[in-house]
Ligand binder design. Structure first.
Ligand code: TIU
Length: 225
């Protein structure tokens, strides 16, 4: 059984067949200029290093045929799944549903809602659109994971303290053992990433584990012979 001995707060053993990699919201709308992230006033270039790191993690997971699921934060074209509490937050130049340089902001099927090409899902991988920050809210995620029979989840994606942390907390409450791969997540606020990694693994792993990409790759590649 693979084990990540250097995971924090302590070693993380997992079975490939009972583990899925969940890649959260690696979309053009968060990672490229002109999307939702930038309209909120953020410097999207801060997230750029997450792309090659997550590509390396995906390669390692695919190499052992681990289940992979991608999420996209994206709303219905009529915005019926976007509450005003979300639509009205902040003072963005462009709000959710407005026409931007990559199509309508954060709307399913628009170019901006696409996953960045470097991390495009491959055949056999699952993609879900989610209306909220947590991937379990308003989606079939819990049924999908139940059908797969997985008990452990590896996490990557953006942003660390918003959609990634929310989803990890939801997963933890539903009984999954969760590990966040450090280089494969990022925030527009580097100090929020640091704080989130700390709070996930504090108190004996109150939410889950964290580990460095090289150590996760080592555990997977060892399994691959
Ligand atoms: N604004 C921000 O940091 N994040 C989001 O709005 N969504 C996700 O984290 N995906």
């Amino acid at each position: 059984m693979p084990i990540i001995n250097t995971a924090l707060p302590f070693a993380f053993p997992f079975e490939i067949e009972k583990t899925a990699l969940i890649v959260i919201d690696m979309q053009r709308d968060f990672l490229e200029p002109g999307g939702f992230g930038e309209t909120l006033g953020n410097d999207v270039s801060l997230l750029a290093p997450v792309i090659p790191a997550t590509a390396a993690l995906l390669k390692a997971a695919r190499g052992v045929s681990m289940r992979v699921l991608h999420t996209r934060e994206a709303h219905k074209a009529d915005l019926s799944d976007c509450p005003t509490s979300k639509l009205d937050r902040g003072a963005p130049d462009l709000k959710i549903g407005d026409e931007g340089p990559m199509g309508r902001i954060l709307i399913s099927g628009e170019p901006g809602a696409d996953i960045v090409p470097e991390l495009a899902p491959v055949s056999g991988e699952t993609v879900i659109d989610k209306p909220g920050k947590g991937a379990f809210y308003g989606t079939d995620l819990v049924q999908i994971l139940g059908n797969w029979g997985v008990t452990h989840l590896l996490f990557a994606g953006v942003t660390t303290e918003v959609c990634v942390q929310t989803t990890m907390r939801e997963a933890n409450d539903r009984g999954f053992d969760c590990l966040l791969v450090e280089e494969c997540t990022g925030s527009y606020f580097p100090e929020f990433k640091t704080a989130t990694l700390d709070m996930i693994r504090a108190q004996g792993g109150i939410i889950g584990w964290t580990a460095e990409l090289e150590e996760v790759k080592r555990a997977l590649e060892k399994e691959n012979g």
